[in-house]
Ligand binder design. Structure first.
Ligand code: HDE
Length: 694
């Protein structure tokens, strides 16, 4: 048998990576099926039984082992952020920060650091849909040469609560109600808004959550934020405060709510499929890492407390300095082994980076390590390939469930009198992790500083920073969510808070709900009205500059004009966009010039919500045929209602009429010569001037 063994081929289809079992047995040139113990299996179809029609024998160890393992395949899902999607990449330092931090990752320009990222929704279960209106997790693990650094952030720069002690209440409130076990993956229900209505500190975050930030078009088109204030430490121990930002090179983009609802039905995996498709097609998404650096003096003079995670520091006040770029260029080999088992922890910071006293961050530093034990079942989860540091690891932590290391030598304690290999590692004050020498004072109290008391001013600042379209979406979102609350008092208490944010917002929501304006809620501190608008807070002011990375859907039929289809396809593909074809059936069809094409979607399974813009290029006969199909009419009506650009082929007119669409300047005549113009207009992504109410 030994001769038949071969070295494990990492790329082998049935292979395993990095878990021992590196040797495969071979049979007739193929990898031999074995049990987990390596015993070759002779038959994987029939269990061992007493006679052809007799009972199965307990002695069938191959079957027992197989079913035993299957029975225990699942592990507890994350208590929040259960639904997520991960990818590998590289972080490249583009600016040295050696003047403010000893962190090795920022020591020199050009340094490359391996990275793993997991994006997620917060409230939904692991199997929930991608386009829930929700905050997105944006967790980054950087395998630095001084150990793992995790920036466990979100796509929104502030949070609902100021103190970690409220986190279980917040999460209980937003998740499905415990008695009825619904609703799933959404905040549009009484429990969530009831909780918020008693927690004015949450109001600022709900403005972000009701904005289109909570329905991103893709993980690729959203920002990430470390949220809390951290510290950088230089060699002398001097601290500089820092906030972390990830800025998508692809620009920001969201969908509209009516579209999100339909995407969840058409493709519940919309976001994960998007990331998978982009990376596997070589269109690697990137984010610039930016830092906002400031000192104690700024912190003392700033209008809000930099330890309060319900506040941000406007970029106009402290500019974001770009110091590196993260590029995701490899999908995982195995979702469970990598994305499900990856364990992030805010406490994972290398020397040169330190925490602040933010009470939310302090609570997180306890929670993340703790949760991994119930999720991954052993303190040895750091040995899993996705969690293992890429730098050497040397410590005296020993044993525990599923210990995969085999430590050698006699010493498992320190200090010891052994020498050489027996002696083991030693701590070093010069190169080891050090904490900032923060002067602290005061008696033990359960009190919050009054510098945390202003709950509305930044909410107002966010509101006035939005474009009209974005404000309209925020009003609609609050109206939708509160209309799902059966308790009138909940609706009233929320609108009472909104009165402290902005009169237009409160009035818009009250009108949408058909209620009288309640009295404003009592405010701990009088809301300020002097904070200026900040353009960085708007999505539409920070959109992309082209259609690159976006998707065009071409609805066509047999006999469609081959020259136009080719011109549009070539123009969009050359610009870095993806083009997909939608036809009455998936089977091959022939275009007018005899070109055979195979559709990517049948029209019933390829609604326009899956695309950023659409072109209608049926033949005259085809248009007549499509007019009779409700899904084709919906394709057009939805694209129009979602304010998408529509390219209109010479014979597509009847389809517009059937969809009830009255063409405007966002519906562009499309022939072979107009492909480039259409592409340029599509770069604006939406025709926001269109006067429609989806
Ligand atoms: Fe988390 N959070 N969180 N959180 N969080 C978790 O850790 C927690 C908070 C965030 O893709 C859990 O491994 C507490 C803020 C992300 O694996 C848990 C508090 C921010 C992820 C946990 C917060 C986040 C988590 C669940 C209040 C943005 C997914 C499973 C003090 C800055 C990471 C797990 C991944 C996951 C606790 C608040 C981001 C239970 C106690 C604020 C992106 O440990």
């Amino acid at each position: 048998m030994a001769e038949q063994q071969q070295q494990h081929d990492d790329a082998g289809a049935a292979g395993t990576r990095g878990t021992g079992g590196e040797l495969h047995q071979e049979v007739r040139g193929e990898v031999a099926l074995t049990t987990a113990q390596g015993i070759p299996v002779s038959d994987n179809q029939n269990s061992l039984r007493a006679g052809r029609r007799g009972p199965t024998l307990l002695e069938d160890m191959a079957m027992r082992e197989k079913i035993f393992h299957f029975d225990h395949e699942r592990i507890p899902e994350r208590v929040v952020h259960a639904r997520g999607y991960g990818a590998h990449g590289t972080f490249t330092t583009t600016e040295s920060l050696a003047d403010v931090t000893t962190a090795d990752i920022f020591a020199e320009v050009g340094r490359e650091t391996e990275a793993f990222v997991r994006f997620s929704t917060v409230a939904g279960a692991k199997g929930s849909f991608d386009l829930a209106r929700d905050v997105r997790g944006f967790a980054v693990k950087l395998y630095t040469r001084q150990g793992n650094w995790d920036i466990v952030g979100n796509n929104i720069p502030v949070f609902f609560i100021q103190d970690a002690i409220k986190f279980p209440d917040l999460v209980h409130a937003v998740k499905e109600a415990p008695d009825r076990a619904f609703p799933q993956a959404q905040s549009a229900h009484d429990n969530f808004w009831d909780f918020v209505s008693w927690m004015p500190e949450a109001i600022h975050m709900t403005l972000w959550q009701m904005s289109d930030r909570a329905i991103p078009r893709s993980f690729r088109f959203m920002e990430g934020f470390g949220v809390h204030t951290f510290r950088f430490l230089d060699a002398s121990g001097k601290a500089t405060f820092v906030k972390f930002h990830w800025k998508p090179v692809q620009g920001l983009q969201s969908v509209v709510w009516n579209e999100a609802v339909k995407i969840n039905g058409a493709d519940p995996d919309f976001h994960r499929r998007d990331l998978w498709d982009a990376i596997t097609s070589g269109d690697f998404p990137s984010w610039d890492l930016g830092v906002q650096l400031f000192d104690e003096e700024f912190a003392d003079s700033f209008e809000f407390d930099v330890l309060d995670a319900t506040k941000l520091i406007p970029e106009e006040q402290v500019p974001v300095r770009i110091v590196g770029r993260l590029t995701l260029d490899r999908v995982v080999d195995n979702d469970f082994a990598e994305t499900e088992q990856v364990a992030f922890h805010t406490g994972n910071v290398p020397p040169g980076i330190d925490f602040s006293e933010d009470p939310l961050l302090q609570g997180r530093n306890f929670s993340y390590l703790d949760t991994q034990l119930s999720r991954l079942g052993s303190t040895n989860f750091t040995q899993l390939p996705v969690n293992a540091p890429r730098c050497p690891v040397a410590h005296f932590q020993r044993d525990g469930h599923m210990q995969g290391h085999v430590p050698v030598g006699r010493a498992n304690y320190e200090p010891n009198g052994w020498s050489g290999a027996e002696r083991g590692p030693r701590a070093d004050a010069a190169s080891g992790f050090t904490s900032h020498a923060t002067p602290l004072e005061g008696a033990t109290v359960r009190e919050r500083s009054e510098t945390f008391a202003d709950h509305y001013s930044q909410a107002r600042q966010f509101w006035i920073s939005q474009t009209d379209v974005e404000q309209e979406h925020i009003v609609n979102a609050y109206t939708f969510e509160l209309s799902k609350c059966d308790e009138e008092s909940v609706r009233e208490r929320i609108v009472a808070h909104l009165r402290n944010v902005h009169p237009d917002l409160a009035q818009g929501v009250a009108d949408g709900l058909g209620m009288e304006l309640p009295e404003p809620a009592d405010a701990a501190l009088e809301p300020r009205t002097d904070l200026p608008a900040s353009d960085a807070l708007s999505i539409l002011k920070n959109g992309p500059e082209s259609f690159a990375g976006r998707k065009l859907g071409i609805l066509l039929t047999k006999g469609a004009d081959g020259a136009v289809v080719a011109a549009v396809r070539d123009a969009f593909t050359a610009a870095g966009a993806t083009v997909e074809l939608i036809a009455p059936t998936r089977g091959p069809i022939t275009l007018s010039d005899g070109t055979p094409v195979t559709a990517d979607h049948a029209v019933d399974g390829g609604p326009s919500v899956l695309f950023d813009a659409v072109a209608l290029l049926p033949s005259a006969d085809g248009a007549t045929q499509l007019v009779g199909r409700s899904t084709a009419r919906d394709f057009v009506a939805d694209a129009f209602a979602h304010r998408k650009f529509i390219g209109l082929g010479a014979d597509a007119g009847p389809l517009l009429v059937a969809a009830g669409v009255d063409p405007d300047d966002g519906v562009l005549p499309l022939d072979a010569g107009a492909a480039e113009t259409f592409l340029t207009r599509c770069g604006e992504l939406r025709f926001w001037d269109r006067d429609v109410k989806p």
